[in-house]
Design a protein around this ligand. Structure first.
Ligand code: HAM
Length: 434
């Protein structure tokens, strides 16, 4: 036997048994985003490598270690997108959509990062990415955060904590970076290998270290919030006041720095305790400098992305995933001559009742085997289309989940008879009130 093909490590299939939870998450999200005025945008999965280098930063883990980069047949260096913000900004610029305009956009799709796979951390993962472009004030920051809180509430996901911080302006961050580097250099022997490497390239990321042995050192580090410029401090204080006003609880985490270089001022993360080390389910922040850095008209913007796998896991664990859909009707066909006629009859029923879920028992087989399939399908009602019934111009109906007997209806009345039978099975005591 030839060797079985396996999926690529860290890249998962989403199976039919799981898709209900995904679709539920997606439809709730779509509906909520539309109600806040966000429009969907779809951008390519592949972009020029240069875009991600310039947007995310050469010294980030994402660009330095995790990108799926290849040379295409034309000799261009291309990369599978590790995130969506850079591509959306590129789309706004290349489609001439800026020029003072405001855009509220969202995008769903797979992202690719060559990380070490573990529960909640994959090499292909899905994000819903949300971007508000053209507004500089803390009001849009607060609304975006409130949108997230409302989504968790609608999905029935509890126990998420919101952490926020301000990174200030590039100037204030530069000044802070100098203070932080001095402090860390003073303790260089206590830095782990990763942090020693980061000290020269991206010392702020050392604050994000998950190494327990580094925590004491990190706790003693100077805090970013104490080195903010006046405007950033005002922006942050107003944001905090607005969040309190709308009743969104939060915690200020002065060590929240994020792993992508484009952020300034507001950054935030929604975190859970229940998925182990991979605890961020939604993260983002403001990126007022990115659009001009990529060649567009200077435009402020803020956004976030949700990790779909992580949220679907929480949704399922909370028992909020809808049960898998089952057919309404299962059609048992008896006698070889009946197959074509049954197909025609059922296609007619589908035309009359487009929302009905109908499954046909293909390939015949004896009655017993077909009824076993009918039972397994979960349908409440079987239709029996046999030579005998067709000769008499009727179809037989049999409830599958209860003992009541078989009935018949004229072929011409099939649609209303199915409606009535299904209504009776759903509400055995009679029609529901109202
Ligand atoms: P990020 O923090 O890199 O931000 O990713 C956002 C979310 O994607 C994370 O909170 C997490 O839930 C999920 N995620 C990230 N990496 C993985 C992975 N390897 N496996 C599973 N889930 C993962 C961004 O991507 C920014 N573009 C967010 C943003 C939009 N900022 C402004 N606008």
């Amino acid at each position: 036997m030839s060797e079985q093909l396996q999926a690529i490590r860290g890249m998962n299939d989403v199976l039919p048994s799981e898709i209900g939870a995904w679709q539920h998450f997606e439809s709730c999200t779509r509906e909520l985003l539309a109600s806040y005025g966000y429009e969907e945008i779809r951008v390519p999965v592949v972009e020029r490598t240069e875009l991600f280098k310039r947007a995310i930063g050469e010294h980030t883990d994402v660009v330095g270690k995790e990108m799926y980069t290849f040379t295409d047949r034309g000799g261009d260096s291309l990369t599978l997108r590790p995130e969506a913000t850079a591509g959306i900004v590129r789309a706004l610029i290349s489609n001439g959509m800026l020029r003072g305009a405001r855009h509220k956009l969202w995008c769903l799709g797979p992202m690719f990062r060559h990380e070490t796979p573990q529960a909640g951390r994959y090499r292909q993962f899905w994000q819903v990415d949300v971007e508000a472009v053209g507004c500089a004030g803390p009001d849009v920051d607060a609304e975006l955060i409130a949108l997230g809180a409302r989504l968790w509430q609608r999905l029935g996901i509890t126990g998420l904590k919101l952490e926020i911080n301000s990174l200030g302006t590039p100037d204030s961050r530069r000044a802070y970076r100098a203070h932080l580097s001095d402090y860390l250099r003073g303790h260089e022997s206590r830095l782990d290998a990763d942090s020693q490497r980061r000290l020269g390239t991206n010392p702020l990321r050392i604050l994000d270290s998950k190494n327990p042995e580094m925590q004491e050192l990190i706790r003693g580090a100077p805090e970013l919030t104490e080195h903010l410029d006046v405007e950033s401090r005002d922006h942050f204080q107003t944001l905090c006041a607005m969040l309190r006003e709308v009743g969104v609880s939060f915690q200020i985490n002065p060590r929240l720095v994020r792993g992508l270089d484009y952020y300034n001022r507001t950054v935030f993360e929604w975190i859970t305790q229940s998925t182990g080390a991979q605890n961020a389910v939604c993260s983002g922040g403001r990126y007022d400098g990115l659009i001009s850095q990529l060649g567009g008209d200077g435009t402020p913007a803020i956004g976030f992305a949700m990790g779909v796998e992580r949220l679907v896991t929480l949704l399922t664990a909370a028992g909020k995933a809808p049960p898998p859909p089952r057919p309404d009707v299962f059609v048992v066909v008896s006698g070889e001559q009946s197959a074509a006629k049954a197909l025609k009859l059922i296609e007619g029923l589908r035309t009359q009742r487009p929302r009905l879920r109908i499954e046909l028992s293909f390939g015949g087989g004896n009655f017993k085997a077909q009824f076993r399939r009918a039972d397994k399908s979960g349908a409440p009602l079987a239709l029996i289309v046999g030579e005998d019934e067709l000769a008499r111009g009727v179809v037989a109906m049999k409830p599958l989940r209860e003992q009541s007997g078989q009935t018949e209806c004229p072929v011409g009345d099939l649609a209303p008879a199915v409606d009535a039978a299904l209504a009776l099975l759903a509400h055995p005591g009679g029609a529901p009130a109202g």
